[in-house]
Design a protein around this ligand. Structure first.
Ligand code: ZN
Length: 427
């Protein structure tokens, strides 16, 4: 099946890209030609006045949650009940259908490739397989299964499995590999919600030996490792321990920069939960004073980590951390906007970071991430120019994944949208 996109402006996704008038021929799911095309036998789609760019890549999402602040996974008896339920056959069905609806929302919001970095009971892997088999609609997915950490680490009791002995940690990596995980997610540090000290979010949980045990085994099996890392101590252990992508990040010194650069690693920023938790009113976020204070520390650390990476030639990627409070499954556009706003980068660089740079970090830039001949037709059609205003990404006119065209149908949470819009206006 051939489709000709005629009369639109094309934005390649490369650094410095501009909107250029060009037609695109899509054939067998791939971009067959750009510019002057032979439209014989093709279904013509008039894109006059529209802007065509690469589909977004969400590098950091959890697929179980809606982003609505909830007490269900905040510890205590309700969390225990939820976790008991998702381990039952009925619970897994409910979980899988939620995850399936969330990946469809990701696709409809313009995300054509997604990396899932910690979910329950293999739900991410099952839905990934269903999408790959064409049984469900969703982005191209790369999934870790459950995260791995030590007892008391971030995600212990929810989306992570734990061990402390290096041999047991290696065995967990083997089990993930056998279950079909695409990469390994670990949590070297704690997070904002489980911090106990003011000013010290991201307390170190995994030591160097434990981190090395996981990374070495994962690399032996051909898998990369991503680590939740929210403090300078964590940066040292994660990078020296062999981690490939630092999630969230904090500041790090020149010696560590060199290691990460030589490893061809990346730093993945996730402003989508960090900003609302730090800056929305505690009356809205329901956070205590300690969490608000530490959220601001995490936010500043993330900006520092991102700045350090950009200045030292380390790839930067973007993800939403969907499922965290205020991080929905349909707001990747906000992550791109936050990155532009908080890091003071040009819009073309923000678009590059959310598309081709993410693809480079994932090692898939030969098949997707930019509008180039030979790559998959993973495209967004927008009503206005995102290079002028990134809000153009908010409601894509159409989303195309591997040549398959979709008009998005998104149901958004009005309360969250209103809070996030007022936050954006205040930045
Ligand atoms: Zn996360």
């Amino acid at each position: 099946m051939k489709r000709a996109l005629i009369g639109g402006f094309v934005i390649s996704g490369k650094p410095g890209c501009q909107a250029q008038k060009a037609d695109i021929l899509v054939e067998a799911g791939k971009i067959a030609a750009i510019g002057k095309i032979d439209r014989t036998g093709a279904e013509v789609m008039d894109c006059t006045g529209k802007y065509i760019m690469p589909g977004l890549i969400n590098m950091h999402a959890h697929l179980f949650g809606t982003g609505k602040p909830s007490k269900a996974l905040g510890g205590g008896s309700s969390q225990k009940a939820v976790l008991k339920f998702v381990h039952t056959p009925l619970g897994q069905k409910v979980l899988d259908s939620m995850v399936a609806s969330h990946v469809l929302a990701e696709l409809d919001s313009g995300v054509t490739t997604l990396r899932a970095v910690g979910d329950f009971c293999g739900s991410d892997l099952r839905i990934r397989d269903a999408v790959r088999a064409g049984e469900k609609l969703g982005p191209r997915m790369y999934c870790s299964g459950t995260a791995i950490t030590v007892p008391g680490g971030h995600g212990d009791g929810t989306f992570a499995e734990t061990a402390s002995d290096p041999a047991d940690l290696r065995a967990l990596v083997d089990a993930h590999h056998a279950a079909g995980a695409d990469f390994i997610k670990i949590c070297v540090t704690g997070g904002v919600m489980d911090a106990t000290k003011k000013g010290s979010p991201g307390e170190l949980k995994m030591n160097l030996e434990q981190t090395r045990a996981v990374c070495d085994r994962a690399h032996e099996l051909g898998m990369k490792v991503a680590s939740h890392t929210e403090s300078p101590d964590g940066m040292r252990v994660a990078i020296e321990g062999g981690v490939d992508t630092i999630e969230h990040s904090a500041g790090f010194d020149e010696a560590l920069q060199e290691i990460l650069r030589n490893r061809n690693g990346g730093v993945i920023l996730t402003f989508s939960p960090a900003l609302p938790l730090a800056r929305l009113s505690p009356a809205v976020t329901k956070l205590n004073e300690l969490c608000v204070y530490n959220s601001e520390v995490v936010l500043e650390g993330m900006r520092e980590g991102g700045r350090t990476a950009m200045e030292s030639g380390i790839r930067v990627g973007l993800g939403t951390d969907a499922s965290c409070p205020f991080a929905t499954q349909y707001n990747m556009w906000r992550e791109v906007w936050y990155f532009w706003k908080m890091m003071k980068v040009p819009t073309d660089y923000a678009i590059y970071t959310a598309t081709l740079s993410n693809a480079e970090i994932l090692g898939i830039s030969d098949i997707t991430g930019s509008v180039e001949t030979g790559k998959y037709a993973d495209l967004l059609i927008l009503r206005s120019n995102p290079l002028d205003n990134l809000e153009a990404l908010r409601e894509p006119y159409a989303v195309i994944k591997e040549g398959k065209f979709r008009r998005p149908m998104l149901k958004k949470n009005a309360f969250i949208e209103q809070e996030l819009d007022s936050l954006a206006a205040s930045l």
